[in-house]
Design a protein around this ligand. Structure first.
Ligand SMILES: [Zn+2]
Length: 321
């Protein structure tokens, strides 16, 4: 077992204790022994938003996930409302350490800057690394510029430490290893989501489990390779038979149907990808359409099971897996 190196995370212990304390409260455990090992805490995956597309909805939030390992939060995608969804999931915003954007579509990045700002207003005072396609660095810089007034007021008035020095944006144009720390290795591959280039899928390998997030993609051989043997694959899905009803509800986008069909994966195809990759569980998410009352969980599951023999889970906002 690898061991945590304190020097690599200045306030890690503090964050971990806060996280463990919260976990204890939630599970009504009154006391946590000092000897409890960090390694005893299972790596958690929580779906924060499972609806595809940027249009705000009553039924589901925009795409985002969080993986929590050793009290450290790794957030994947930042759709509208991601900070609120973390609060709803009882994940302390101060545990935010890494943000990964799969691609630069607004349902995946609309609250990228807001998540950082709102975490800082919630007490975050430690480093955050962000990873994703260009123009991530420019987006980060311009976000701080746009919010300079509020940030400066809070520094002067509330005694907060400056925000921008905490945030390090890393642009990625190709797949491969993204980062690693003492408990997590993150790798990526370029997937097929035209015309958005590059679009990434990410794989998170923790000591106890491996989790892959597809991002948005058409059926992708590179994703099959990245997800090979993983415990969990979270895959974006569409239901082709319902796309006509979806586009009829969205004015001002005459090419929307062709776009969706060209750059998304049907639930049936997602099952084929999961089977080819040999994953244990396939989690359906980023539903397109996201709010069609005629589509039942059983219909999504049945489609995914045509080709996949493992466990199929129909994603829901705030579902922990
Ligand atoms: Zn997209």
């Amino acid at each position: 077992m690898r061991h945590f190196t304190a020097s690599r995370f200045g306030s890690y212990e503090h964050t971990r204790r806060e996280f463990l304390a919260r976990t204890c409260m939630l599970s009504a455990i009154a006391w946590l022994p000092e000897t409890t090992s960090a390694q005893d805490v299972r790596t958690r995956l929580i779906l924060l938003g499972t609806g595809g597309g940027p249009r705000p909805r009553k039924t589901s939030s925009a795409p985002a996930q969080v993986i929590i390992s050793q009290g450290v939060a790794y957030v994947i995608d930042c759709g509208d409302g991601v900070a609120r969804q973390l609060a709803m999931a009882d994940v302390p915003l101060t545990s935010l350490r890494h943000i990964f954007l799969t691609h630069q579509h607004s349902d995946h990045n609309a609250d990228y800057g807001n998540l950082i700002l709102l975490a800082w207003t919630s007490g975050l005072h430690t480093r955050v690394d962000t990873w994703g396609p260009p123009p991530l660095q420019r987006m980060t810089r311009l976000f701080f510029e746009m919010n300079k007034y509020d940030i400066d007021v809070r520094i002067a008035n509330e005694g907060r430490i400056p925000l921008s020095p905490l945030v390090h944006a890393h642009e990625r144009r190709t797949g491969g290893e993204v980062m690693r720390d003492d408990y997590m290795r993150v790798t990526s591959t370029v997937v097929d989501h035209p015309p958005v280039v590059p679009a990434f899928a990410y794989r998170f390998d923790a000591p106890d489990r491996s989790i892959v997030i597809s991002g948005d993609t058409a059926p992708s051989a590179t994703l099959v390779k990245l997800a090979s043997g993983a415990d969990v694959l979270v895959h974006s899905v569409m239901y082709p038979g319902a796309i006509d009803r979806l586009v009829a509800r969205v004015p001002n986008a005459p090419a929307l149907k062709a776009s969706i069909l060209a750059h998304q994966t049907s639930a049936e195809q997602a099952g084929r990808v999961a089977q080819a990759a040999g994953v244990k569980a396939l989690v359906l998410s980023h539903f397109v359409p996201p709010d069609d009352p005629d589509l039942t969980d059983q219909m999504w599951t049945d489609a995914a099971r045509i080709h996949f023999r493992g466990t199929v889970i129909v994603g829901r906002d705030l579902l922990e897996i």
